[in-house]
Design a protein around this ligand. Sequence first.
Ligand code: OSB
Ligand code: MG
Length: 370
Amino acid sequence: MKIESVTLREIRMPLVAFFETSFGRTEERRILLLEARAEGRSGWSEVTCGETPFYSHETTDTAAHILLDFALPMVLGQNLQARDVPQKLRLIRGHAMARAAVENALWAIEAECAGQPLWQTLGGTRAEIPCGVSIGIKNRPADLLEAIARELAAGYQRIKIKIKPGWDVEILEQVRGRFPDIALMGDANSAYTLRDLAHLRRFDDFHLMMLEQPLWDDDIYFHAQLQREIQTPICLDESIHSARDARQAIEIGACRIINIKLGRVGGYGMAREIEALTRQAGVPVWCGGMLESGIGRAHNIAMSTLENFSLPGDVSASQRYWKEDIIEPAVTVTPRGTIIAPTMPGLGFGVKRELIQKLTVWEKTLTAKK
Ligand code: OSB
Ligand code: MG
């Protein structure tokens, strides 16, 4: 298909409640949406970076720069399929979330052309996906316990809490005291070093499903050393950008589980490679979240239908984040803590153009030369 034009826009959306990790607090999102046009259709995607370079190097502003000045000119006017995009963008080093947005929008168009929901075009095998929630650091432990109780009542299958030095062992003691048997995990977002080994060993008392990214964001090797010293399975998030990274991590024993984020790995092509590799290696994966709007959420749902996404992911209901989401219907979760994959062709959800227009702070359209 020929890529006729692409519109990139920034929308601002306040979160219904602040979300805090070991690297900081987010209250309002600055989200880039990409709309590609080909075959007389529109395909939407979301750039999943944060506003700050604290989770990864990418930010809303760097992604806009990379897309407008480099990535979009490499694909505009060209005749290509979604699966050709990684090759077309191969000269761009890093900036995976910006690159992923180009590829993912084309997948949505291809699915619509095929008259199928995207998850089926991708080869998903699961029409209902298991869901967990990620709960941020709170002002008080009591706020966290209350949030956990609320999410469990809504049916979510596992609880992930954000941890950091000073908000870890004591908090886990309280959570386990009140909820002894729930599926529980912690995400450190690289808040520890190997000097904390004795401290990290104490986490083994809480029978956590996994400990996500305890050490440096760019490390694989030392996570293998840590994994040999603790019983809790390590899950890597920040460190895994490619199938090669995943293979390395598995071969040296750096983790027993992997969190796949569609943006962090550069799009569906690489996500599917990692899914296949981990499936063959017997290492389960789950879909991570980046506080996405409905568009990114719809893509996360599609990816989560792939076979090896066997653990509950961080993909949850729209209303946990937004007063009004930009897709219709909004994402909802069943009382058994699942999301039903959509049946509508393409992205699988309607896009609320008027609302998006209202939230837009700037937009830019690049058109193929005739
Ligand atoms: O590490 O998984 C993470 C949010 C922003 C940046 C990094 C992470 C997260 C989350 C939230 O855990 C997941 C979500 O609810 O979207
Ligand atoms: Mg994480």
